[in-house]
Design a binder for this molecule. Sequence first.
Ligand code: RUB
Length: 287
Amino acid sequence: MEIRGAGKIAKAAALALKELALNYDKDDINVLKDELRKASETLLSTRPTAISLENAINCVLRDIEASLRIEDLRENIARNADIFIENADKALDTIGEIGARRIKDGDVILTHCNSSAALAVILHAHSDGKKINVYATESRPKKQGYITVRKLADEGISVTLIVDSAVRYIMQEIDIVIVGADTIASNGAVINKIGTSQIALCAHEARVPVMICAETYKFSKETMTGELVKIEERDEHEVVDPAEFPGVKIFNPVFDATPAEYIDVIVTERGVISPYAAYEIIKEMEG
Ligand code: RUB
């Protein structure tokens, strides 16, 4: 949780593999290959839900088998990591630019948790000179909403912090919901911070559009072949001190799935798509 948000997690993993390859100072290529694979397993086990992590690792390691000399292996890993990070940063800029076109002057936006992609859109709209007001949820239990509100306030954007349970109450004032994603499934379902699906349901009820902002490396090809997205469960201490509640079970799932029917658009660096086009995006990326 020191590094959080699906995009940052993916970039940090790419950088970690690059550093491992560059810092390996012996000349046994098989040992380095094993170390890279072991490191990948360790990285993957840290956050099971965000497919961005797995996609970043696969991208960095894609030439591992074809690399026959140790210098080539080091070079390929470092280059692939650099390309991944550069493309990920460019994707965020493009998402900001495209998404901001859908924000109107005077819009009231609701966001949840802390997403670099959602923030890219909000910040871009603000820098385009649009007057916007943002409501941001606290996002219990880790309260990533605090990071969001501090960032928006620093940028001079009018922002109001609300508790998660105030979402339905406030929805009548909202023009658009903008959130990020950890994983997008081939059926268009979006996996994001716990509570996103409730927000989308309230938005649907109030006919408020829901915009998901996500780089295409958050689309999961595994879901195309039937795999389910594993929802991370975190320590009960994040919710409450269990010692204060003897005999009580505490459950802390940290992501949920919002079905495609509650999502209006997904803004990617390739353009604005319907959630029902997720399958096509994955097919196009995987060939
Ligand atoms: C963060 C979260 C974010 C997505 C997208 O959860 O759910 O909405 O990861 O973020 P956590 P980004 O804090 O548990 O990692 O757009 O930055 O990739």
